[in-house]
Design a binder for this molecule. Structure first.
Ligand SMILES: Nc1ncnc2c1ncn2[C@@H]1O[C@H](COP(=O)(O)OP(=O)(O)OP(=O)(O)O)[C@@H](O)[C@H]1O
Length: 357
């Protein structure tokens, strides 16, 4: 697989008193033609990594290559990389087509070629009908499309997108998520997308890098990140998770035999663990509720919350800890549990995952 971007021991310290270590030591490979997402909470270093790739900032140390060649001596304008910013940065008094043409004209592209590409780009983002409208007079979603078209027009090898959907309302954001994925597939350009929204990352990405405190905690496909979170931070940041203390009895290959707080035994994904006391991560939708405390763990049903699509059951386990279980609703099946009931929990072998820390 061709590597679009390779970062090795990439570090960035912003000078100041005290200095800020925005990136500690990043190692990552981003493949050509990949929708790659940097996901993490505010301040974890996502934008800094993007700015290093774009060339707006210089690393303190480390290596940064694009298609096998060092990027470090190339000024931003010489990198075949474009950026779509959160605020779009369009020229409000120029029309849609003028905005899209702007970058191409700056590059000295011949007039006929500019016209053809602008037409093609407007079609790609479905904005042809508003070609002559000033961008100050179109909606936020439409501005987003123009910003994308403008960034894609010079056919960059890599497109950087810094929280480009955050200004849009919920419905439009959902729609644009699908559009972005379509645009990436249709153009074949490598997209590096920054977000702190885990759902956005899970729906659009080929792979995700989960970041915290200037470090990458895990890189994987959305399903791997969700089903097999490497550590507590990832399990907590992505989706909802129950954390259960457990004791390791034995490990065979990828499977750990564990004893739960109740004394009952269960198999879980070992995640390379070797300690004797571990924490298990279990998703709320992977557990089942039983009556009368039967199953692996027992407790009392504290709250039942109906959400339309599913119902959340809040259980206080016998060791005093909280557990949340989610069950999809069905029009033909009633909820046969009530607050105060003595309940139990079961989950299949392999549903839970041992966490690294
Ligand atoms: N120019 C700068 N000078 C000093 N510190 C900076 C500068 N830019 C960012 N930082 C700091 O570096 C760290 C990483 O910032 P960065 O903007 O990369 O995070 P982020 O994950 O993109 O956050 P957000 O989601 O809030 O945009 C933060 O602690 C931030 O305060």
């Amino acid at each position: 697989m061709t590597k679009a971007i390779t970062a090795q021991s990439l570090r960035k310290v912003y000078p100041g008193n005290p200095p800020v270590e925005a990136l500690a030591s990043i190692d990552v490979e981003i493949h050509d033609n990949e929708f790659f997402t940097l996901l993490g909470p505010s301040g974890c270093g996502k934008t800094t990594l993007l700015r290093l790739i774009a060339g707006f900032e210089h690393p303190t140390s480390g290596k940064l290559d694009m298609f096998g060649e060092s990027l470090l001596d190339a000024p931003p304008y010489k990198r075949p990389i474009n950026t779509v910013f959160q605020n779009y940065a369009l020229f409000p008094h120029m029309t849609v087509s003028e905005n899209i043409a702007f970058g191409l004209q700056m590059l000295g592209t011949p007039k006929a070629s500019v016209k053809a590409t602008v037409g093609e780009m407007m079609e790609l983002v479905q904005m042809s009908h508003l070609a002559d409208r000033q961008t100050g007079q179109i909606s936020g979603g439409q501005q987003q499309r123009v910003a994308l078209a403008r960034a894609l027009a010079p056919r960059p090898k890599i497109l950087l997108l810094d929280e480009p959907l955050s200004a849009l309302d919920f419905k439009l954001r959902k729609q644009m998520q699908l559009e972005l994925k379509r645009l990436q597939t249709e153009t074949g350009i490598t997209f590096i997308f920054v977000t702190h929204d885990q759902e956005e990352a899970l729906t659009m990405s080929d792979r995700i890098a989960v970041m915290s405190n200037g470090a990458i905690r895990q890189i994987g496909r959305p399903r791997e990140i969700y089903d097999r979170p490497a550590d507590r931070f990832v399990a907590d940041f992505i989706g909802d998770t129950n954390f259960l203390p457990a004791e390791v009895i034995s490990i065979t290959g990828e499977t750990a035999r564990l004893r739960l707080a109740s004394g009952k035994e269960v198999d879980a994904h070992a995640n390379g663990g070797a300690q004797s006391k571990v924490t298990l991560a279990l998703r709320p939708e992977h557990a089942e509720l039983t009556h009368d405390g039967a199953g692996l763990l027992a407790g009392t049903l504290r709250e039942v919350v109906y959400f339309g699509t599913d119902t959340h059951f809040h259980v206080t386990l016998d060791d005093g800890s909280d557990f949340v279980l989610r069950r999809q609703n069905s029009p033909t099946e009633d909820i046969s549990f009530a607050t105060g009931d003595r309940v139990g929990l079961t989950f299949p072998a392999g549903a839970a995952q041992v966490l690294k820390d």
